[in-house]
Design a protein around this ligand. Structure first.
Ligand code: 5RP
Length: 248
C-alpha cells in the first residue's frame, strides 16, 4: 500500500498545498435519499434550496449486487423538467463506458465511471471529452492509489473518493478514506475532488481538510426538515475544512 509517507508523482503533478483556494466548494444532493416516487419534485426542491448540482446514482443491480435505481430514460425525463441544472451521474453499472454516448444524448453534465468497473478508463475519459462531456473517476473504498491509477486519474475532470461501499445510502463515513484524499490532492492540486457517502457537515469538514472540494450528500440533506439549512451547513463544513487545509 502506498502511504502519505511515500508521495507519488505523475508528470503534471507536484505538491502545491495552498492552491486549493482556487477550487470551488460545491454541494450535490443525492436524490437517492429523497422520495423516489417524486424525483422531479425532489430535484426542484434541492435546486431551490441552494444545491450546486444534482447527483444521480444509476445502479444496475449487477455491479452493485441487488441494488437497482433508475436508468437513462428517467434521467432524460428529469432533464426535461430541469433544463439548466448540473446533472452529475454516478454510473454504478457493469461496463459503464458503453453508456457515454447515451449520457451525452440525454443531457448529462458530468458522468462518473468506476475505476473498478471500466475496461479501459483512459480511453473512456478521452471518448467522453470528445463528446463534450465532463468525466469523473470513482474509486471504491478498497481501491488504493498507485502510480498506474494516478496516470489514469490525470485524464479525468474529477476524482470521486467513495467514503462508503457503493450500493445504498445511510451508511457511515469511512475516515480511513482521508489519507487517499490527501494523496490525490498532493498530486493533483487543481483537480476537483469529490466525496460521496455518509457526508454530514462534520465529515464534509474532515474531507475538505484532506483536500476534497465537492460533496455528495443524500441522507443529511433529504432527511433534514430544512433543506436550505442542511445545504448551507454542508457548504460551511467544506469551507471550514478547506481553511484547515490551507493552514496546514
Ligand atoms: O452513491 C451512493 C451510495 O452508493 C449515494 O450517493 C450515497 O450513499 C449518498 O447517501 P448518504 O449521504 O445517505 O450516504
Amino acid at each position: 500500500m502506498v502511504t502519505s509517507a511515500s508521495p507519488l508523482r505523475v508528470s503534471a503533478g507536484g505538491s502545491q498545498q495552498g492552491s486549493l483556494s482556487a477550487l470551488p466548494i460545491r454541494v450535490g444532493p443525492s436524490v437517492l435519499a429523497g422520495d423516489l416516487s417524486k424525483l422531479a419534485f425532489e430535484t426542484r426542491r434541492v435546486i431551490r434550496a441552494g444545491a450546486d448540482y444534482i447527483h444521480l446514482d444509476m445502479f444496475d443491480g449487477n455491479w452493485v449486487q441487488g441494488a437497482f435505481t433508475f436508468g437513462p430514460m428517467v434521467v432524460k425525463a428529469l432533464r426535461d423538467h430541469e433544463p439548466r441544472a448540473y446533472f452529475d451521474v454516478h454510473l454504478c453499472v457493469m461496463r459503464p463506458e458503453e453508456y457515454l454516448e447515451e449520457m451525452k444524448h440525454i443531457g448529462v453534465s458530468r458522468v462518473t465511471l468506476h475505476f473498478e468497473a471500466t475496461r479501459d478508463p483512459g480511453a473512456a475519459a478521452n471518448r467522453a471529452h470528445g463528446l463534450g462531456l465532463e468525466i469523473g473517476l470513482a474509486l471504491a473504498p478498497e481501491t488504493q492509489v498507485d502510480e498506474k491509477l494516478l496516470s489514469i486519474a490525470e485524464l479525468f475532470d474529477v476524482v470521486l473518493v467513495m467514503t462508503v461501499p457503493p450500493g445504498f445510502g445511510g451508511q457511515s463515513f469511512m475516515p480511513e478514506m482521508l489519507p487517499k484524499l490527501r494523496q490525490l490532492r498532493e498530486v493533483f492540486p487543481t483537480k476537483a475532488l469529490e466525496v460521496d457517502g455518509g457526508v454530514t457537515p462534520t465529515t464534509a469538514a474532515l474531507a475538505a481538510a484532506a483536500g476534497a472540494n465537492e460533496a455528495v450528500a443524500g441522507s443529511s440533506v433529504f432527511h433534514s426538515r430544512n433543506l436550505r439549512r442542511a445545504i448551507r451547513e454542508l457548504r460551511h463544513g467544506l469551507e471550514q475544512g478547506q481553511q484547515t487545509w490551507q493552514q496546514s
